[in-house]
Design a protein around this ligand. Structure first.
Ligand code: SF4
Length: 82
């Protein structure tokens, strides 16, 4: 059972990654995207590689993750999370 739960979570995570990068490439934003990025830019858990913003906890590329409705900040810092 525990294995199924992990597999299901991994599938959800992969789907989110695909959605995020797809929307990033298409320059598709939602009303919450800029707010999320603003929170991440001020967060003490962020890090930068050049001009690219990442989260040190989930290791996500923030501009992609911020475009996924169901994505969550691991610390619950984003507002209006699903
Ligand atoms: S996703 Fe959450 S923990 Fe990660 S950088 Fe953004 S605000 Fe910080």
């Amino acid at each position: 059972m525990k294995c199924c739960k992990k597999a299901k979570q991994a599938a959800v995570t992969l789907t989110h990654i695909a959605q995020g990068y797809s929307r990033l490439v298409r320059v598709k934003k939602y009303e919450f995207t800029d707010d999320r990025i603003r929170v991440c830019r001020k967060c003490d858990q962020n890090y930068w590689i050049g001009r690219a913003l990442f989260c040190s906890i989930c290791k996500c590329f923030v501009p992609a993750k911020a475009r996924v409705e169901g994505a969550k900040c691991p610390l619950g810092k984003w507002e209006n999370e699903d």
